[in-house]
Design a protein around this ligand. Structure first.
Ligand code: FE
Ligand code: CA
Length: 528
């Protein structure tokens, strides 16, 4: 993407924002709506906190699994309220928004005019009718402030067919969350599994969590997939508990996609149509700002969030602008023969944007993204060596060197990377040099395991042992389900690695597997 195109996209995105807000509200709206069922069945969400507000989201879908969520092709006026207290006695902001059929009757309100660093509660209502459940979110600290502490969570990879969202339920009960970073794989695109894993309900009977329908291609397919996922009460509880800062990885579109390419050799112009449908559905279901309104078949997902002077969060898009993966097997479609200086993970525009953004002077820099940055090689007990996966930064060594250079050029010792995708917990460091994995570090990396993808898993597997043996830069690997908690203070970053013992039966127990501390003066890990 060149700069001219970037500018044009920004103008179109701004125009899209005006269209969302402008126009006489009631003119084309359903006058006295009557719904087949409760219209707020998919819950509520908040996202992308700034010091003066955040986004609040809902989608009207009285019959979530029916065509169009059970909604007629009519716009509906939705009232929204933001209060300083959970009982809504002190409502400080309110207004009306239009739930439009073009956007699957989703509603995104960018609430502003709020006070920094304090909790608010929000809800939606149909004028004269139904009321949604309430959610809560915290505004960010003011630009000049250094809060005593921040608490963030990192989670993602929530394959619906793999088990209960027990980890989301536990995360929804964590206290004092400032925000939850979702590293992606919010949905999975595949069809219903022919042989799903064994999942039980509370009475011990088999529970059917198979996907509805086949692989997702059309906008309606993706909308239905999001609706099915969002019917889950544990996921709804997590959204209601804190603002999400959402990104996307591959499965929101298709496994291992890269820019305009899938892995099947589909012509780019054809794949582009699928990607456009998928990313429109992503926008419709995520609590993101107007800057993320889909334009020209894409979404500008990379963005920054500042938490006063304490933390700058750089949310990266490692899918839209990357070069193709390196060829890993004979006959693989759409791949790159060898790495070279032209190969990119972020694309030139995002790469320059990140380099500039790292110069802020924030106490901590959090690079919030999707795939392994640090070397993650495996050495198996039989001596077999398997280099790190080609869909991660391990397959883009030139791009990784430029990332490390950008950190060095800004003279930063305070960079933490949050990662997902691998369906394991992996805690380690990004070395300054690829060929010195146990040498000096450029950044500390916390890769959070999946919420459900992969099923129950195990603390230790052949794969986790091989990764520890093959990667001297990695300190902990675990193949259970869970999430990570980041407690950020001026003099110390603390990460709690959380695991649940089962997701294939309900009621799995949560434990803290390990606790690591990081100093803002030096990348590296101190196990507590
Ligand atoms: Fe995943
Ligand atoms: Ca992934």
């Amino acid at each position: 993407m060149d700069h001219r195109f970037a500018d044009r996209r920004a103008v179109l995105a701004a125009a899209g924002g005006m269209l969302l807000l402008g126009g006489p509200m009631g003119d084309r709206a359903w006058a006295a709506p009557v719904f087949a069922d409760h219209p707020f069945a998919l819950g509520v969400a908040a996202g992308d906190p700034w010091p003066d507000g955040f986004v609040i989201w809902t989608r009207l879908a009285p019959r979530p699994l029916e065509p169009h969520g059970g909604m007629p092709a009519l716009a509906v006026v939705v009232r929204w309220e933001v209060a300083e207290d959970p009982r809504f006695a002190r409502i400080v902001r309110s207004g009306e928004a239009l739930a439009r059929p073009e956007l699957a009757h989703s509603v995104h309100v960018e609430v502003s005019g709020l006070r920094p660093q304090r909790p608010y509660w929000y809800r939606f209502r149909i004028p004269g009718g139904e009321v949604s459940s309430a959610g809560t979110a915290r505004t960010a600290p003011g630009a000049a402030e250094t809060p005593a502490r921040l608490r963030l969570a990192s989670a993602g990879c929530q394959h619906f067919q793999a088990g209960h969202y027990t980890a989301w339920r536990h995360l929804s009960l964590e206290s004092d969350l400032d925000a939850i970073f979702h590293y992606g794989d919010y949905i999975y695109e595949g069809g219903a599994l022919a042989q799903p894993p064994t999942i039980e309900d509370a009475a011990g009977r088999p529970l059917d969590r198979r996907h509805i329908g086949g692989e997702t291609y059309s906008l309606d397919d993706y909308r239905l997939r999001y609706a099915q996922y969002k019917t889950d009460p544990d996921l709804q509880a997590a959204h209601a508990a804190a603002a999400f800062i959402t990104s996307f990885d591959d499965h929101e579109v298709d496994n291992n996609w890269a820019s305009d390419f899938d892995q099947d050799g589909t012509p780019p112009a054809v794949f582009h149509l699928r990607r456009a449908a998928a990313l429109q559905a992503w926008y419709e279901h995520m609590p993101v700002r107007r800057a993320q309104f889909p334009v020209g078949g894409g979404v500008r997902m990379f963005r920054r969030l500042d938490y006063g002077r304490m933390l700058r969060m750089h949310v990266l898009d490692t899918r839209t602008y990357r070069s193709d993966q390196l060829c890993e097997r004979p006959g693989q479609a759409n791949c790159r023969g060898e790495d070279g200086p032209q190969a990119t993970m972020l694309g030139p525009v995002q790469e320059a944007w990140l380099g500039e953004g790292l110069k802020s002077g924030a106490r901590w820099n959090l690079i919030a993204q999707q795939v392994f940055v640090m070397p993650a090689n495996r050495r198996f007990a039989d001596g077999r060596f398997q280099p790190g996966g080609g869909d991660t930064w391990n397959g883009y060594p030139a791009a990784r060197r430029r990332l490390v250079q950008a950190i060095s050029a800004a003279n930063l010792r305070n960079v933490v990377v949050a990662t997902g995708d691998a369906h394991i917990h992996a805690v380690g460091v990004v070395p300054l040099r690829d060929d010195e994995p146990d040498g000096p570090a450029a950044a500390t990396e916390f890769l959070a395991t999946s919420i459900s993808s992969g099923g129950d898993g195990a603390p230790e597997t052949e794969g986790t042992r091989a990764m520890l043996a093959g990667s001297p830069n990695i300190r902990l690997v675990n193949a259970q389900r869970g999430y990570q908690l980041f407690d950020v203070a001026a003099d110390e970053w603390r990460t709690d690695v959380k695991v649940v013992d089962t997701i294939q039966r309900p009621g799995g127990a949560l434990t803290t597997l390990a606790r690591f501390a990081v100093s803002p003066e030096r990348p590296g890990l101190d196990r507590r």
